[in-house]
Design a binder for this molecule. Structure first.
Ligand code: 5RP
Length: 231
């Protein structure tokens, strides 16, 4: 297998492993991205076999996929208590602190995770790092872009406005905002950086996730499960 198919194989394996945690009657947060797409497909397979769940999507992508796979969907307004959320990540350290937002969906993903009793991430093995050094996506009100960039620089970060691939100009999130990818190099203290970015005026939400309960890491023949030791 080449590198890409190994990563895809691991993503699928992590998703299939995480979906085994879903039970009848659950309200399930449905994450965004290519790994979450594997989980949605597997949930759809189980739903067609009788699994009785309702999903809360975290993006237009996951909503469209959930509909395509005939997964009943609901809203956070109707179900503010979620049993489990299944999502991908861009990087995760040994303490299960994650950086998310590669798909620009981290605001809704974080809202859903905050309402979930169990936050489960699914990743391929290259996403696990001894220290976090991935740029932190920050969703910002377009109006406040320059102000946020100045605050990111004051925190020691290098802000980069995320540009769209098949549209001119910046990425526009599902919430109508911009994304600034803030590069802080190696992040020595993610909890402190989380607090600092929380205080940035004009930022809607950022991609550091501290409340991860477990991570399913895809392997050649299944998945290994990392659990938070200090829940
Ligand atoms: C979207 C996310 C994704 O979960 C994250 O970018 C991982 O994506 P993929 O599974 O495609 O590697 O945070 O905002």
């Amino acid at each position: 297998m080449n590198d890409q198919s190994t990563h895809d194989h691991e993503k699928k394996a992590s998703a299939i492993s995480a979906v085994t945690l879903v039970r009848d009657g659950m309200i399930v947060g449905i994450g965004t991205g290519s790994t979450a797409a594997y989980a949605i497909s597997e949930l759809g397979r189980l739903v067609s076999g009788g699994l009785d769940i309702m999903g809360i999507p975290t993006s237009y992508q996951s909503e469209m996929l959930a509909i395509e796979h005939n997964i009943p969907i609901t809203t956070l307004l109707e179900h503010p208590e979620i049993d489990i959320t299944l999502d991908g990540a861009d990087q995760i350290d040994q303490n299960l602190v994650a950086i998310k937002g590669g798909g620009a969906a981290h605001t809704r993903e974080k809202v859903v995770a905050s309402a979930a009793s169990r936050v489960v991430l699914m990743v391929d093995s290259r996403k696990i790092a001894s220290r976090l050094n991935h740029a932190v996506p920050i969703e910002v009100l377009p109006y406040s872009r320059t102000l946020v960039e100045r605050q990111v620089r004051a925190l020691g970060g290098m802000p980069n406005l995320r540009m769209a691939a098949r549209k001119v100009g910046p990425v526009i999130t599902d919430n109508g905002n911009f994304i600034i990818d803030a590069d802080f190099g190696v992040i020595d203290d993610p909890e402190r950086l989380n607090r600092e970015i929380n205080a940035v005026v004009g930022a809607v939400e950022h991609g550091i996730f501290l409340n991860v309960d477990e991570v399913h890491v895809g392997t050649a023949d299944g998945a290994r499960v990392l659990k938070r030791t200090n829940p």
